[in-house]
Each structure stands twice: as C-alpha cells, then as structure tokens.
Design a protein around this ligand. Sequence first.
Ligand SMILES: CSC[C@H]1O[C@@H](n2cnc3c(O)ncnc32)[C@H](O)[C@@H]1O
Ligand SMILES: [Zn+2]
Length: 430
Amino acid sequence: MATLAIRGGRILRSDMTVTEADVLVDRETGDIVELGAELAGDDELDADGDLVMPGLVNAHTHVAMTLLRGHADDKSLDAWLREDIWPVEAALEPEDIEAGAALGVLEMIRSGTTTFADMYFEIDRTADVVERAGTRAMLGHGAISAGKDDAAARADIEESVAMARQLDGAADGRISTAVMPHSLTTVTPELLELAAAEAHDAGVPVHYHANETLDEVEPIVEERGQRPVEWARDLGLCTESDFFAHGVHLDDREIDLLARTGTGVVHCPASNMKLASGMAPVQRLLDSGVPVGLGTDGAASNNDLDLFDELRDAAMLGKLAAGDASAVAAPDAVSMATAGGADVLGLNAGRIEAGARADLAVIDLDAPHLTPEHDLVSHLAYAARGSDVRHTVCDGEVLMRDREVLTLDEAAVMERAAARADGLLERAGV
Ligand SMILES: CSC[C@H]1O[C@@H](n2cnc3c(O)ncnc32)[C@H](O)[C@@H]1O
Ligand SMILES: [Zn+2]
C-alpha cells in the first residue's frame, strides 16, 4: 500500500467537532485508512497549525462558463440567457469547453473544491480535464428542446443518455455521470419522461434546473394545475438518486414530497441573488430532511467558483429568508458544502472518516481574518476564503501542495482560457 500522511493538524469531523489528528490515506484505493496520532506515510503533507477539512463539493455548475465570466451581468435569468448567454454559447467550439473547464477546475482546486457536478456541452472535453487535473466530477450533457424541432430535441436527450453511459466510471472511477435535461420548462414533457426512464435504466441520476424563478413556476401551475415538483415526480424525475438545482420557489407540499422521495436540492445562493431569482427556503428544507448541497452555478452568474463564498452566502441568505438569525447556522452551512453535497451526488465523500474517499482541503489558519481561534467551524462559514486553502487532496493524490497546483500548468491554463474567451466573443459577434 502506498500511503500519504497529513500530519500535525486538527481535523474537522462529520459531527462538526475539531480534534487534533493525523490522517493516513491509501493512495492506491484513494480512501482514508486511519485517523490518529503520529501516523507516518510514504509521502507526507505538513498540516502544522492547519485545519484539515473534507474537500468541498460544488454540486451544480457549468464549469466552462468561466469563459463568460463578466460577459453579461446585472440582468434577470430569462433576459440574461436569451439575450446574452445562449447567443454566445451557439458559437462554442470543443476547444473552448476544454479551455474553460481547465480554468474552472484550476480555480476549484485552488479553493479546496475536490468534486463538482457539471451540466454542459462537449462533456468529453471536460472529462479529459478532470482526468488530467485529478478531481472528482459528475458530468452530464445538458439537453434543451427550446429552439429545436422534435427530432433534434430527441437526439439531444439521446446524446445525454449516451454520454452518461459512455463516461460513467471514467478517470479511474473519479467521473460519474447523470442524464441532464436542462429544466422543466425548456425540455418537452415527453423528453423529460424519456430522460428519467433512460437514466434510471442506465443506473444514473437525472439532474436538472427547477423552481428557480417565479416566471418558471407560474406557467407550470397554470397549465398543469400542479406545482412543478409534483409534476416532475409524475414524470419520473424525483427518485432518491435524482437532484435539481435551485429550488428557490417551493411550497410546503413540494418540500414534503422532496423529503419523502429523497430527491436532492442544490442551493445556489450567489446565482440566485445575482439574477434576483429569490431566496430558497433552506432551513425548511433541512428541517424536513431534504438532502441539500451547495453549488456555484456557472461563473457568469456568480462570478467565481469559490465554494467558501457559497458557504457564507447560504448562511447569510438562509437567515434573511427565514427571518431568523439562528437559521442556517455555521455547522449546517459547512455540512451542506461537504457531506451534504456528497450525499446529493451519491458519493462516499465529504467526511473525514476511515473508509471514506480521501478528498481533503487543508486550511492555513495563520491569517488575520482567521484570528483568534474561538470557533473554527464559525471561521469556515463566515471568515475563510478559498485563498486560505494550502493543500488540496483528491482520491488520495495531492493536487495542490503549499498553494502550488501540481496537475495543471496554471499560467498556460489562464493564457489559453483568456485567448479562447476572446475568440469566442469575436465569433459570436459581441
Ligand atoms: C444545456 S447546458 C446548461 C445550460 O444552462 C445554462 N444556465 C446557466 N446558468 C443557468 C441558470 O441559473 N438557470 C438556467 N440555466 C442556466 C447555461 O448557460 C447552458 O445553456
Ligand atoms: Zn445552472
């Protein structure tokens, strides 16, 4: 067994207590082997004075949208997508996806995110990046019916299914997949039903956008006489493995349905604030036992992929939404960003315990904004930033050591992404 020992730090346990312990990792299986004192490994990471936490899980993003960061701001969802985003995405080339994904993955490794769930185009290119960079990802081809004839819309869903079957288990098992119809309003009911049936037949989840804006909820209620989540359930989209992004506008019956079916919700607070979509009822979801993870959404509606921002936003916005300062307390926010996201994606990760995936972020606490150390969970929720991450480990491998990313050439990734972003906007004529 080839081992890695993370030595000299304190660890964040899944019950949100912090204790002194080393972490021993099996680099071959990618699992945590043991927690304890004075553990030695073939390779070692110094965590003296640091906090070792589970790697963060970004449970909903469109990673290659880093190329559109700052391209279109200050609009609501529908206008933003139709006027600014979709016209540019129509000019995307596979090389753009690869360059944008590399930039996004670089940003996530630097800020301690070890797993992301991604809905986008040309996902074989994103898979190549994940393979090289060493992270974990759940990937899916995003299929949209809007603007397509019946045959093209069906072919799009079939591509989502085919890619999910093809890539599941890639990168030594670090890549899992889902079938990803874009949303309840942009994909036809027949194709949503087909997506669910085919996904479950392939043994993978369905992931989609739902209940993000009132403009999306109201037409469903008017046309179907049902709430969107009830309708999604009838289409087969609410099994225990399935999950959707946003869930901003949910009523009590929908929350109850999510809890009963085990359908996951990915809360994207920064995107919801920026697009003025609304405030998700996060505390009510947690109280009801709905599995909840956190996501950045794409970098064009955020505008970064630093999940520490989401952690803080989730806690702050959760209090505002509930009208209660005790809502979405620090431990709940940290859990959503780690074990919560891993549970939504069906991964044995997000927890520092023997047998779990060795996906870890080591936080350098030697900083003015993290002093004094009354409560490290409070620091993670309210004070820490992605730039406080010192080492990032995924599947037992060190991806970043002392803030140097080992698996990607940072300067080359940034240079290529900037060039592809310029070329993309030029081709799109904006
Ligand atoms: C079909 S691939 C994914 C598709 O989703 C678009 N997108 C980005 N952010 C959001 C959001 O908040 N709600 C809905 N759709 C979004 C992205 O631009 C791609 O076209
Ligand atoms: Zn999204």
